[in-house]
Design a binder for this molecule. Structure first.
Ligand code: NAD
Ligand code: UDP
Length: 328
């Protein structure tokens, strides 16, 4: 990424801001974040100015994108991503997935840039094949409670391939599985920040359903490394990026309790409708084509994330739980 001019759509969000940081550390000449702030936080990127040339621009990418000068890469990470966010913003989610993705693709076409789409394991829906390989076409209810997100992302993949086939745009598709880490918002609603916030405040863990549903949690540093490797590759087919270590939500609650050195009881709350029962990426393709696999264990990742959230909440670490992770 040395010397490159790079546009990150959704650059002030959780993954987007980590990506901007990595690109600056890799020597990018300029990183431009276009973000409307709907679930992001501009302070995530303004503080990166000490690392290099970062330009945060407030822009809704469902509106046309006009930029002067060359662009080498366009990363499209713009979309509400937490189930709580996208169920409250269903039309915005569909519009950014459709119109926003197309505006990003138009920019990449105009500039001759590589376009990387942040897709999702949600394209597999409530999967009937386990673990999920990229050649599985998925099990999605097009009118269900998660449809605004799942179908926007499926449409996004179709649009990306159409721009590649019709216009020769050099496109990449990352199917991202549950990723966690510092800079998530405590109010985000996703399970890792929810459990960490509860553990640090001494509240009960809210487990939805009986907690037997599974997910596979990838630490953000690993995920960002996968995105950069994919962007630098010439791989046109979708690639799963996630951590293949699968666990139940009850096991995750216990892991957070252990990492935090405390937390309340487990209380069971209703399972959201059509909550996927299981999720685990088959990452053979990423291993083979990108030489990528996660390096950070859940225990290490939780420790770094806890250190960040302790700083956010102004809580000091108990003896033996210190970490070097930087706070907000
Ligand atoms: P996030 O909500 O923290 O970030 C999304 C960013 O997109 C926010 O900054 C938001 O303001 C911005 N945005 C939304 N609509 C926009 C619009 N119309 N114009 C401009 N900006 C807009 O979420 P995240 O976890 O960082 O996810 C980033 C991307 O990765 C999303 O596309 C998401 O679907 C994908 N993804 C994330 C995960 C994960 O576990 N974090 C898993 C699968 C896929
Ligand atoms: N979940 C939970 N308690 C919470 C938040 C989420 O038990 O406070 C469950 C949720 O029902 C799902 C899993 O944790 O089964 C992962 O949820 P998340 O919102 O993080 O991501 P998803 O994979 O569903 O998009």
């Amino acid at each position: 990424m040395n010397g490159k001019r790079i546009v990150v759509l959704g650059g002030t969000g959780f993954l987007g801001s980590h990506l901007c940081e990595r690109l600056l550390r890799d020597g990018a000449e300029e990183v431009i974040s276009l973000d409307n702030g709907i679930t992001g936080d501009e302070s995530n990127v303004t503080r990166l100015s000490e690392l290099g040339n970062i330009l945060p621009v407030r822009h809704d990418i469902t509106e046309p994108i006009r930029l002067l000068g060359p662009v080498d890469y366009v990363f499209n990470l713009a979309s509400p991503a937490s189930p709580i966010n996208y169920s409250q913003l269903p039309i915005e989610t569909l519009r950014v997935g459709a119109l926003g993705t197309e505006n990003g693709l138009r920019l990449a076409r105009e500039k001759g840039a590589v376009f990387l789409q942040a897709s999702t394991s949600e394209v597999y829906g409530d999967p009937l094949v386990h673990p999920q390989r990229e050649d599985y076409w998925g099990n999605v209810n097009p009118i269900g409670p998660r449809a605004c997100y799942d179908e926007a992302k499926r449409y996004g993949e179709a649009l990306v391939m159409a721009y590649h086939r019709a216009h020769g745009v050099r496109t990449r598709i990352a199917r991202i599985f549950n990723t966690y880490g510092p800079k998530m918002r405590l109010v985000d609603g996703r399970v890792v920040p929810a459990f960490i916030g509860q553990a640090l405040r001494g509240e009960d863990f809210t487990v939805f359903g009986d907690g037997s549903q599974t997910r596979s949690f990838c630490y953000v540093r690993d995920l960002i490394d996968g995105l950069v490797r994919l962007a630098l590759s010439d791989v046109l087919v979708p690639v799963n990026l996630g951590n293949p270590r699968e666990m139940t939500i009850l096991q995750l609650a216990e892991a957070v309790r252990t990492a935090a050195g405390g937390g309340g009881r487990i209380v069971f709350q209703p399972l959201p409708r059509e909550d996927p029962k299981q999720r685990r990426p088959d990452i053979s393709r990423a291993r083979l084509l990108l030489g990528w696999e996660p390096q950070v264990s859940l225990e290490e990742g939780l420790a770094e994330t806890l250190a960040y959230f302790r700083k956010v909440l102004g809580i000091s670490a108990p003896a033996g739980y210190e970490s070097t992770e930087q706070g907000p």
